[in-house]
Design a protein around this ligand. Structure first.
Ligand SMILES: NC(=O)c1ccc[n+]([C@@H]2O[C@H](COP(=O)([O-])OP(=O)(O)OC[C@H]3O[C@@H](n4cnc5c(N)ncnc54)[C@H](O)[C@@H]3O)[C@@H](O)[C@H]2O)c1
Length: 301
């Protein structure tokens, strides 16, 4: 199965460097017209310059591809709307959105200021919300859309010093879960990427020999599949150094405890059975959980 994006228009946020740049270059190489968005600021979100986006757009056009540079901040809904209006005027459609822009403000929870939470949640979570809102109606009308949100192992599993980042990143999984449900009827598929790669985000936390194995180019093939015609939906693809895996949120089969006598001690006494992984599954929506518990209750009568 070969993957190409001929005739497709893609927006990649934060594509002025790191992973986003690799995604943008590969999309263009495979035929997409690409909007290279990047605020061009520092790793902590400070400053900004159109130079980063322009450099990658120029790299694409120099190689014979089609690209448009854009310096909007994903945190600014009106700048994002203007970017999408410009794309619609020039290319008439938006097929692919890769929400990749991100910043870091690492500190332990004790030292983390509220402003560090707000800034990180604003870029990662609200940035993805702003960009997705700007293209959602277009994708519905086209009956075609492929969206990727960029989550992280820090959100899925935790990471010391990253309460703000982890909260924002798992928020993106919540966003994906419901975009998947609401987009299904319109052939809009949404997936999450949990990458690990040597970029400016990680260049001071790992030794050079590890970074050498974590080239960002090795993550991008996974993203190309997630935005292809045959993409899955509502998957969390973990990728790095040539390794690929899927993370899943499972719920155990659980137990039913008679409501007439139910107490905290019953929950404690049943803890091993509540946690037992035998028969666990991945609910299709929040409603599946409600139905499971109601079915248990009905079956007990
Ligand atoms: N590198 C990793 O190992 C790793 C691991 C997990 C998740 N991620 C995620 O992957 C994504 C890409 O990160 P990266 O590692 O390539 O780092 P990076 O710093 O090279 O890329 C992030 C890009 O986003 C841009 N950006 C920041 N704020 C923006 C804004 N408001 N509007 C538009 N652009 C903005 C930056 O200018 C930068 O070019 C991020 O969402 C990051 O959280 C990376």
């Amino acid at each position: 199965m070969s993957i190409n994006f001929d005739g497709k228009v893609a927006i990649v946020t934060g594509a002025g460097g790191g992973l986003g740049r690799c995604h943008a270059l590969e999309l263009a190489l495979r035929g997409a017209r690409v909007v290279v968005n990047d605020l061009g600021g520092g790793r902590d979100g400070s400053g900004g310059s159109a130079g980063a986006a322009q450099a990658v757009a120029s790299e694409i056009t120099a190689a014979g591809g089609k690209a448009m540079a854009n310096g909007a901040s994903v945190t600014d809904a009106s700048e994002v709307a203007a970017m999408v209006a410009q794309v619609m005027e020039k290319w008439g459609r938006v097929d692919i959105l890769i929400n990749n822009a991100g910043i870091l403000r690492d500190k332990t929870f004790l030292k983390m200021e509220k402003a560090d939470f707000e800034a990180v949640i604003d870029v990662h979570l609200m940035g993805a919300v702003n960009c997705t809102r700007a293209v959602w109606q277009i994708m519905r009308e086209q009956a075609y859309g492929r969206i990727v949100v960029t989550t992280s192992s820090s959100g899925l599993y935790g990471n010391f010093g990253q309460t703000n980042y982890g909260a924002a990143k798992l928020g993106l999984v919540g966003l994906m879960n419901t975009l998947h449900l609401e987009g299904a009827k319109y052939n809009i598929r949404t997936n999450a990427l949990a990458p690990v790669a040597a970029t400016r985000m990680t260049d001071d936390i790992m030794p050079p020999d590890m970074l050498e194995k974590l080239r960002p180019e090795l993550v991008t093939p996974g993203v190309m599949y997630l935005v292809s015609d045959d993409a899955p939906s509502r998957k969390i693809l973990c990728a790095g150094a040539g390794g690929f895996a899927v993370a899943k949120i499972h719920e155990t089969a659980g137990v039913f405890i008679d409501p007439e006598s139910l107490s905290a001690e019953d929950v404690a006494a049943n803890w091993d059975r509540i946690c037992d992984e035998d028969g666990q599954n991945e609910p299709g929506s929040g409603g599946d959980q409600t139905m499971k518990f109601l079915t248990m209750a009905s079956n007990s009568n």
